[in-house]
Write a protein that binds this ligand. Structure first.
Ligand SMILES: *[C@@H]1O[C@H](CO)[C@@H](O)[C@H](O)[C@H]1NC(C)=O
Ligand SMILES: *[C@@H]1O[C@H](CO)[C@@H](O)[C@H](O)[C@H]1NC(C)=O
Length: 353
C-alpha cells in the first residue's frame, strides 16, 4: 500500500515536471520572436510584394492628409508598386476621401461608387478600404452602414471605443517624434534610474497619475525637453490609453517597456496581426492605484523584462515610418495587414459564354 501511494506520488511529480518542462519549452519557442506567426510572416510578405494589387478610385476633388502617419501612408501607397490601373487584377479597392468628410458625404460617395462601378456590389464593400483619422461612426444610411461594417477602416491609434471593429479594422503605428537615426541607436547601456516614466500634461484628471506624482519611483513630466534621455533611463514607459501615446514606438525602440494603463480590453493596437503585443507591453488597470501598479511592475522577473525589452527593440523596425518606404517598415506592415484581409467572397454575376 505504502509502495503504491509512493509510486502514485512519484508519477504525479513526474508528470508535473514534464508539464513544467513542456511549458517552458513552448514559452521560449513562442516568445523568442516578437511575431504572432514567425514561420509564415516572411514568406507571405514576399508573396505580397510580388502579387498584391490595389485599385484606387479617383477622388472627387484633390485633397491631402496633414497628420503624418495618414499622409505618409496615403502618399506612399499612391506612389507604390502595389497600385494597379486595372481594377480586374485588384485584390482590394481604396476609396480616398478627405479627413473631414461628413457621414452624409461618405454615404453619397458610396452610393455613387455602387452605381457607377461593378465592384462594390460584388462584396458590398468588403474588398474596399478607406482612411479616416479617428475612424467613422455609425449611421442609419445603407451606404454608410456597408462602408462602416464591411470595408476595412484605417485610422490613427488609439481609437475611440465603438469606432473600431476588431479583426477588420487597422490602426497606423504612431508617427515617431524622434529622427530615425536616433531611434536606430537602440537602448542605452545603463541601468534604469526610474521604475516608470510618463508624459502627463495634466489636462485630464487621473487619480492614478496624481498618486504616481507623489512616488519617487516614477517620473512624471508635462513637456520634457530631455524626453529621449528620460525614456532611456527608465525601466518602463507609461501611457494612459488614449491620452498621449505618440511616443510609444520611441519607447519600444529605446528598450523602455511600454505599460498601457487601461480598464477595458483593447484590440486596436497597431500591427496587431503581426506582433505579439502581449510579449512586448504590459496592460494594467488603473483602479488598483499605484500600489497595484508597482506590484505588477516589480513582479516582472529580470529574465522576463530582458526578453520584453529585446523583443520590443526587434519589433521597432516594423513600427517606424520612413519618408521613402523601406522593407518591413510601418508602411509595408500596414500593407501586409491589408494583404491578410484580401480574401473576400465576391457575389459576382458570372456571364457564361
Ligand atoms: C448595385 O446594386 C444596386 C441595388 O442594390 C443597383 O441599384 C446598382 O445599379 C448596382 N450597381 C451596378 C453597377 O450594377
Ligand atoms: C555595456 O557596457 C559595459 C561596460 O562598459 C560593456 O562591458 C558591455 O559590453 C556593454 N554592453 C553593450 C550591450 O554594449
Amino acid at each position: 500500500m505504502a509502495v503504491y501511494s509512493f509510486s502514485v506520488i512519484f508519477l504525479c511529480l513526474l508528470t508535473f515536471t514534464q508539464l513544467l518542462l513542456l511549458h517552458s519549452l513552448s514559452a521560449t519557442s513562442s516568445s523568442a520572436s516578437p511575431y504572432l506567426y514567425p514561420t509564415t510572416l516572411f514568406d507571405n510578405y514576399e508573396k505580397m510584394l510580388s502579387t498584391f494589387r490595389i485599385y484606387i478610385y479617383t477622388p472627387q476633388k484633390p485633397f491631402t492628409f496633414s497628420a503624418p502617419p495618414l499622409s505618409l501612408f496615403h502618399n506612399s501607397l499612391v506612389n507604390s508598386p502595389f497600385i494597379t490601373q486595372n481594377p480586374n487584377e485588384a485584390h482590394l479597392f481604396y476609396i480616398p476621401f478627405p479627413p473631414d468628410f461628413s457621414t452624409r458625404s461618405r454615404a453619397r460617395l458610396v452610393k455613387d461608387l455602387r452605381i457607377s462601378h461593378p465592384y462594390w456590389n460584388r462584396t458590398l464593400g468588403a474588398d474596399h478600404f478607406f482612411v479616416a483619422p479617428a475612424g467613422i461612426d455609425s449611421s442609419s444610411d445603407r451606404n454608410a452602414v456597408e462602408l462602416k461594417k464591411n470595408s476595412v477602416q484605417i485610422s490613427l491609434f488609439p481609437t475611440i471605443s465603438g469606432d473600431f471593429i476588431p479583426h477588420k479594422d487597422i490602426t497606423l503605428p504612431p508617427f515617431n517624434p524622434s529622427p530615425l537615426a536616433l531611434l536606430r541607436q537602440g537602448p542605452a547601456n545603463t541601468t534604469a534610474s526610474f521604475l516608470g516614466f510618463m508624459i502627463w500634461d495634466g489636462k485630464i484628471e487621473s487619480n492614478l497619475v496624481n498618486e504616481m506624482k507623489g512616488d519617487p519611483e516614477f517620473r512624471i513630466e508635462a513637456e520634457p525637453s530631455n524626453r529621449v534621455d528620460l525614456v532611456k533611463s527608465s525601466k518602463f514607459c507609461l501611457f494612459l490609453y488614449g491620452v498621449e501615446m505618440t511616443w510609444m514606438v520611441e519607447a519600444v525602440a529605446f528598450g523602455c517597456v511600454p505599460v498601457v494603463l487601461v480598464d477595458r480590453p483593447t484590440q486596436d493596437f497597431p500591427l496587431t496581426d503581426v506582433l505579439r503585443w502581449s510579449d512586448l507591453a504590459l496592460l494594467v488597470g488603473t483602479r488598483g492605484g499605484v500600489k497595484r501598479l508597482k506590484e505588477v511592475l516589480h513582479g516582472v522577473s529580470d529574465d522576463q523584462y530582458q526578453q520584453m525589452k529585446e523583443l520590443g527593440v526587434a519589433a521597432s523596425r516594423h513600427l517606424v515610418w520612413n519618408s521613402e518606404p523601406q522593407p518591413y517598415d510601418a508602411f509595408h506592415m500596414v500593407i501586409y495587414q491589408l494583404w491578410l484581409r484580401r480574401h473576400t467572397i465576391r457575389y459576382s454575376r458570372r456571364e457564361w459564354v
